[in-house]
Design a binder for this molecule. Structure first.
Ligand SMILES: NC(=O)c1ccc[n+]([C@@H]2O[C@H](COP(=O)([O-])OP(=O)(O)OC[C@H]3O[C@@H](n4cnc5c(N)ncnc54)[C@H](OP(=O)(O)O)[C@@H]3O)[C@@H](O)[C@H]2O)c1
Length: 310
């Protein structure tokens, strides 16, 4: 039986692990071999994953193109494709937020062209744009639903007040916020808001960009976006990796890897429907897919949370 959850108040039935494709953004992650990603995306479907997250801005269209190519060989009705709009990019490195109606309508057409699809299952506003009128943004989203180009729409990186306003203006059915066991701030407000209002949640960076996998020992250096991240530097990096190693012992007692333990513990939060895994190759998604359906005792889940309260 495939693992499926209903995403908030939508009729989308998705795997609790979503395949994240931001890794196809060379400016953040360096160049990744396209064939490797294509293979991993197709393998994910064989492993029971039916949910894929991309964005028009990831690699200025590259991620959508590769995701579209991978999904072309899969039955369209059985996959759930989520993408995003927000960055108005020009192809020469320039970009700025844009959630005006005309831009959204043209960006959606461009996404459909790159994906080689005729509809998007979940169209997400990537972040809050303080300059665009939120009424216009919601109007554009509603129009796209009416036109059959979008099945549902949602948002990403919004706080509670932004969600509250958005919900007055339109039917934002999902939220994509940052969350990992090391960074649980949204448990205080955003997640309870989503639970109370049946907003589906798909959290991003659940492995804290690889830091919770257990493979880093605290002395590594990075040439991707992690080189500027204080969690990957100095004493703090060493402390976190030591705590993650302690979590590894708990993982072992369940026959899980450290990475699988982190996904299982993340998905135990009843306000989290789905965790988006950033993937570079087939081995990574094979390991993570095996965490679906795994649960810890509440005692062990709290032990992990306490160890990672640093
Ligand atoms: N809405 C937004 O603003 C937003 C922002 C960020 C991300 N996202 C979405 O969320 C997805 C996930 O977020 P993320 O990529 O930031 O973080 P993540 O999933 O926490 O970490 C991804 C990194 O972890 C490492 N990794 C993955 N699987 C592994 C495994 N099985 N074992 C060991 N290491 C593994 C890989 O890097 P190494 O192998 O190099 O360590 C990979 O690049 C993205 O792809 C994107 O779809 C959305």
């Amino acid at each position: 039986m495939a693992h499926r959850v209903r995403l908030g108040r939508t009729d989308l039935q998705v795997s609790p692990i979503c395949f994240g494709t931001w890794q196809l953004s060379p400016r953040f992650w360096g160049p990744q071999p396209e064939d490797q990603l294509l293979g991993a995306m197709r393998r994910a479907f064989e492993l029971g994953i039916n949910f894929y997250d991309t964005a028009d801005a990831y690699g200025d269209g590259l991620s959508e193109e590769v995701t579209g190519k991978a999904l072309a060989s899969l039955p369209r009705g059985q996959v759930v494709l989520a993408t995003k709009v927000y960055w108005h990019f020009y192809g020469d490195g320039r970009r700025h937020p844009d959630l005006t109606k005309n831009y959204i309508l043209s960006a959606c057409e461009a996404s459909l062209r790159r994906l080689k699809m005729d509809y998007i299952d979940l169209y997400q506003v990537h972040a809050w744009d303080p300059v665009s009128d939120p009424r216009e943004t919601a109007e554009a989203m509603e129009l796209l639903v009416k036109q059959g180009k979008v099945r549902h729409y949602g948002c990403s990186n919004w706080n509670c007040e932004q969600l509250r306003l958005g919900e007055k203006l339109g039917n934002y059915a999902t939220l994509q916020p940052p969350y990992s066991l090391l960074k649980r701030g949204i448990e205080n407000d955003v997640l309870p808001y989503c639970q109370a209002n049946d907003v589906g949640t798909l959290v991003y960076s659940p492995l804290h960009r690889g830091l919770l996998s257990g493979k880093y020992k605290g002395g590594e250096t990075f040439d991707d976006l992690r080189k500027g991240d204080p969690d990957f530097q100095g004493e703090r990096f060493r402390l976190i990796t030591a705590r993650v190693a302690e979590c590894g012992a708990i993982a072992g007692s369940y026959g899980l890897t450290t990475t699988q333990l982190m996904y299982a513990a993340t998905l135990m939060h009843p306000g989290i429907d789905c965790a988006i895994a950033g993937i570079k190759n087939t081995a990574q998604i094979e390991e993570i897919a095996a965490a679906m359906g795994k649960r810890l005792s509440h005692e062990d889940c709290h032990k992990v949370r306490t160890l990672l309260s640093v």
